[in-house]
Design a protein around this ligand. Structure first.
Ligand code: DGL
Length: 284
């Protein structure tokens, strides 16, 4: 059986943060059935070894393929840095991956200083070094890991005094270094965008890659004649490697509007081909 327009789109992230990408996809592709895997039992990925993240990414993508995904979106900059190449080697379906928008930021900055908020894994990756070499041009790029913001979003704490205090600390650092443009290089951070904007002030441009990924996904599906059209809105089905009941309310909030139905289940056991440290060959 070949791929059909009504087949779903598979999306995954270390946790629930990648639902910021789901929001962007829903805007561009309102009728699609979206499948989303949150690997929350292993989140955050940010400080984990590359081999671990790669093995998880391959297993999650394999699971989405068994659910008939017609395209795969890696809604995680850290997993892209660790596993995009391996995923492209292993899977036949169109793969859209995420990376910090250094090129856009270098074009947008007026004072030639760009701040990048991302995970330690992304910032230390060869892929990020390659992005800087190719696209930073004359801009100085100041980097800032913000693992605490990932944890806030996983807990659904996207507003309030504590979230603002933490956002402020990261943004002030980037502003002190002279940044007039801030790249959200982790898919968890767009959920905190109102706070980031408030901390940065109106003169600072905030750049998120989600909308560009959604545009690219639409282009790739159009090219293959695989865009779904339907009168009703599309659904979203979420699987989590953590417990489904603890995830429901947070997932609903982070997935945003526009889904005609939202289902949440526990992720079934996956077989991990290349066993990463601390994860048995077959999870229980
Ligand atoms: N959302 C992820 C990213 O875009 C990873 C966050 C984490 O798990 O550390 O990089």
């Amino acid at each position: 059986m070949g791929t059909a327009r009504d087949d779903p789109i598979g999306i995954f992230d270390s946790g629930l943060g990648g639902l910021s990408v789901v929001q962007a996809i829903r805007q561009r592709l309102p009728a699609e059935q979206l499948l989303y895997v949150a690997d929350s039992a292993y989140a955050p990925y940010g400080r984990r070894p590359i081999a671990f993240i790669r093995a998880r990414a391959l297993a999650l993508a394999g699971f989405l393929q068994t659910q008939r995904a017609k395209a795969l979106v890696v809604a995680c900059n850290t997993a892209t840095a660790a596993a995009a190449e391996a995923l492209r080697k292993q899977l036949e379906l169109p793969i859209i991956a995420m990376e910090p928008a250094v090129k856009l930021a270098a074009a947008a900055t007026r004072c030639n200083v760009v701040g990048v908020l991302a995970t330690e894994g992304t910032l230390a990756s060869a892929r990020f070094a390659g992005l800087l070499a190719r696209f930073a041009g004359a801009a100085r790029v100041v980097t800032r890991p913000a693992p605490d913001l990932v944890l806030l979003v996983e807990r659904g704490e996207i507003d309030g005094i504590e979230a603002m205090r933490r956002v402020q600390a990261h943004v002030s650092y980037l502003l002190r270094q002279g940044s007039d443009t801030i790249v959200l290089g982790c898919t968890h951070y767009p959920h905190l965008r109102p706070l980031i904007e408030r901390a940065a002030g109106p003169e600072v441009a905030i750049i998120d890659t989600g909308p560009a990924v959604a545009r690219e996904l639409r282009r790739r599906l159009e090219r293959k004649g695989l865009v779904r059209s339907s009168a009703g809105g599309g659904t979203i089905r979420i699987w989590t490697s953590a417990t489904a009941s603890s995830t429901r309310a947070i997932a609903q909030r982070l997935a945003g509007p526009g889904h005609s139905a939202l289902l949440i289940d526990a992720l079934p056991p996956l077989s991990i081909s290349q066993s990463p440290p601390g994860v048995p060959a077959t999870e229980r």
